[in-house]
Write a protein that binds this ligand. Structure first.
Ligand code: TRP
Ligand code: SF4
Length: 430
């Protein structure tokens, strides 16, 4: 079981993918170092986003932030991804999970608001976020209402099985995943533009929420589509006029050159043969039609999963270990000090390192380069190779990393001052 609220060890990503059915990342979809370098190690439903890109259809990118402490480098990759999708033209939505931090971190709503704006949002703006939808869970009647409505399709044993809740768990904690489901799905509600593929970049720890969200989205669909090789089956959910809905499905299948194999109005089922490469298109177009009848015609959201950043002293970079963490709000000089005393993949002595070379793939400093400090692949490759060859030693390598980090943080701090003045463009009434 993955627990979204505990801070454990760095996981084995291949096993995670296997155990939870997370897909691997096809090469060459996105021109971004996050994808090229395997920092994004897995995905669900990414073919929907690929389809949008190919066909110039706008998609959503959404994330939520838990205002629990510092905005640190471990959270920065999600931010980089959101900025990347915004540059591709995606519609961006950012939720502040203040109900979740109230329920799970004992943080008042006022404090959460203050942290979200002054530690997170300003950094987002300083990093280049253009105006977008930014809201607080506690403010959004739309999200809260959707969370309650959707909760009708989930029962307590299911929540217990996914999250390990107990009879004594507070209701807000039990409800917080449903609020997150509503965060993710409300961008597809009729007032927000209707069904639309949505990409949600997250850490692996958020996968339980994503699986729940995708299940709940599917449970609300009129059309339930399943594939077996070249055969597609579409069943119509019980609440709707099956004859009329099957007519609609029939027509769409013919339009996409499927061959109808059978149709049974009593079983509310139609099956057809066709090109599986049309699966995304079929789903999207049926969702659009059904949204005329069903306000919850959600397309199951897509997700990308990122590796956790290793802390500077090993383990996971998390707010509970300040010496291991670099915050975007750190003074540049503090960050320099932390990098200089970081653990490395170096050898016990300089002589040994010259002979055997270092181990960049086990080195938190190299990870810093890879995730954040070396945008150019050639540069990164050179660090990797010279480290392995024993020609680059840890002293100079750390100094260079520290210097790049110093520059980055100093520059960001300047941009934060300008960002402060723009906050009202992002934070408004819900
Ligand atoms: N649970 C997330 C976290 O702990 C925060 C969150 C709330 C979120 N709503 C979301 C993340 C929607 C992604 C999408 O960080
Ligand atoms: Fe890490 Fe750099 Fe040392 Fe290699 S030389 S082990 S990358 S600190």
């Amino acid at each position: 079981m993955i627990n979204p609220w505990s801070s454990g060890q760095v996981p084995d990503y291949d096993r995670l993918r296997e155990d939870f059915g997370i897909g691997d990342v096809p090469k060459g979809i996105f021109d971004s170092s996050l994808f090229r370098r395997g920092i994004i190690f897995g995905q669900r439903g990414l073919e929907y986003i690929e389809y949008c890109m190919k066909n110039e259809i706008q998609f959503n990118a959404m994330t939520g932030l838990m205002p629990s402490g510092e905005m640190h480098l471990g959270n920065k990759s999600v931010m980089d991804q959101i900025l990347f999708y915004q540059s591709l033209g995606a519609k961006i939505t950012i939720a502040v999970a203040d109900l979740e931090s109230y329920g799970t971190r004992n943080l008042s709503l006022e404090k959460a608001r203050d942290i979200a704006i002054n530690k997170y949002l300003v950094n987002y703006i300083a990093m280049g976020l253009k105006p977008c939808r930014f809201y607080f869970q506690s403010d959004s009647a739309r999200v809260q209402r959707l969370a309650l409505i959707l909760s009708n399709e989930v029962n307590f044993s299911e929540m217990k099985a996914i999250y390990g809740f107990e009879n004594s768990s507070p209701m807000l904690h039990i409800n917080s995943p449903l609020v997150q489901v509503a965060d993710i799905l409300h961008v597809q509600s009729p007032e927000m533009g209707g069904p639309s593929p949505t990409i949600v970049p997250v850490g692996a720890d958020q996968d339980p929420h994503l699986r729940l969200t995708r299940d709940i989205a599917n449970r609300h669909r009129v059309f339930n589509i399943s594939w077996e090789r070249e055969t597609v089956k579409i069943s119509v959910s019980g609440k709707y006029d099956s004859r009329k809905m099957l007519d609609i499905a029939n027509e769409k299948l013919l339009e996409l050159n499927f061959k109808i194999v059978s149709r049974n109005d009593n079983y509310r089922l139609i099956s057809a043969m066709g090109d599986i490469d049309n699966n995304v298109r079929l789903d999207l177009e049926l969702a659009l039609i059904e949204s005329k009848y069903n306000e919850h015609a959600f397309i199951a959201p897509s997700a990308t999963y990122q590796k956790l950043l290793t802390g500077l002293k090993g383990g996971k970079m998390s707010s509970s270990k300040p010496e291991s963490l670099i915050s975007l709000n750190d003074k540049p000089e503090e960050a320099v000090k932390k990098i200089k005393s970081a653990t490395t993949g170096g050898r016990a002595t300089v002589e040994e390192q010259r002979i055997k070379g270092g181990e960049p793939d086990k080195c938190p400093v190299f990870e810093l380069y890879s995730f954040h400090l070396s945008p150019d692949d050639k540069d990164l490759n050179e660090i990797h190779e010279t480290c392995k060859a024993g020609t680059l030693l840890c002293g100079p390598c750390k100094s260079e990393a520290a210097e790049r980090m110093r520059k980055f943080l100093a520059d960001l701090s300047e941009k934060r001052n300008e960002a402060m003045e723009k906050i009202s463009l992002y934070v408004g009434d819900e």
